[in-house]
Design a protein around this ligand. Structure first.
Ligand code: UDP
Ligand code: MG
Length: 261
């Protein structure tokens, strides 16, 4: 790595800001994508910083996916819909495809080891340091498996709270061609949500991480309620800032990368 840094020195030494930008191009992205696997401690410690992870929870049809798209556009997050990751597995003929299909048809929960692996890989592949994980964890078992494998907790959790009748109406009207958007499966999904997902929501509420959003009304009205949660994150440290801090706290590294023999 140092050779790569030194080889960039003619580009980097022209000015400090240019140095940070050029170095960021290869360095910070690698750091953000590897540290989840390493289970590094949270917080800025040198260059090792985990992405800012938001879990997005709510019953079927509560508006998770719709609001995630708005958050992506407004705040530059990457959206990982866990339901979509699982559906992709079905269509990619993976070894778990038929098991996932049957589980989704029944409105049940796919085993944690399958889901957590997909999420971990997707976080690792993303070069963004702001990630929305939509529709997970669906049970305490899911949550514990994620914490064990990724060795991290979400930074915040959004919960779209919506009455059952409204959720059923939305799901049955959305016409997305999903095999689980029928009245029988929706009833099962609602039962699973109440039994297994609500305890997860309670857990994060007790940890002070939960942001409960009233999920009724128009898309715009709901997004108005989401905005304040993320507005504060506009100043969330960027990759540039993290690298800058790394350099200024290690003068020898700064010297190495700017030194031209
Ligand atoms: N699913 C799962 N684990 C997850 C996310 C989804 O088992 O972490 C399965 C589950 O069967 C669920 C289905 O995928 O009912 C669809 O999930 P999605 O989040 O797409 O549905 P939504 O809640 O948005 O209607
Ligand atoms: Mg969804």
């Amino acid at each position: 790595m140092w050779r790569r840094l030194v080889s960039l020195s003619p580009l980097l030494s022209s000015s400090k800001s240019r140095l940070i930008n050029q170095a960021y191009g290869f360095n910070a992205c690698q750091l953000f994508s590897t540290q989840v696997l390493n289970g590094a401690e949270d917080g800025v410690s040198g260059t090792r910083r985990k992405p800012f992870i938001t879990f997005v929870l709510g019953g079927p049809g509560s508006g998770k996916g719709t609001q995630c798209t708005r958050i992506v556009n407004a705040f530059g997050f990457t959206h990982l819909s866990v339901g979509d990751l699982l559906r992709k597995e079905i269509y990619s003929n993976s070894e778990n495809g038929s098991m996932i299909l049957d589980t989704i048809k029944e409105g049940k929960i796919v085993p944690s080891e399958v889901t957590v692996k997909l999420i971990k890989n997707a976080i690792e592949a993303s070069q963004n340091n702001r990630i929305l994980v939509d529709g997970f964890p669906r049970s305490e078992e899911n949550r514990i498996a994620y914490e064990r494998v990724v060795r991290a907790e979400p930074d915040i959790v959004l919960f779209f709270d919506c009455p059952e009748e409204e959720m059923v109406k939305r799901v049955l009207n959305r016409n997305q061609g999903r095999i689980d958007d029928n009245i029988d499966t929706v009833k099962e999904r609602l039962a699973v949500f109440a039994e297994l997902n609500l305890p997860v929501i309670k857990y994060y509420s007790e940890k002070g991480k939960l942001h409960k959003i009233d999920g009724t009304g128009s898309e715009d009205e709901i997004f108005e309620r989401v905005l304040p949660v993320f507005a504060a994150l506009r100043n969330y440290p960027t990759a540039d800032f993290v690298l800058f801090k790394f350099l200024v706290t290690r003068p020898s590294v700064y010297y190495m990368i700017t030194w031209v023999p």
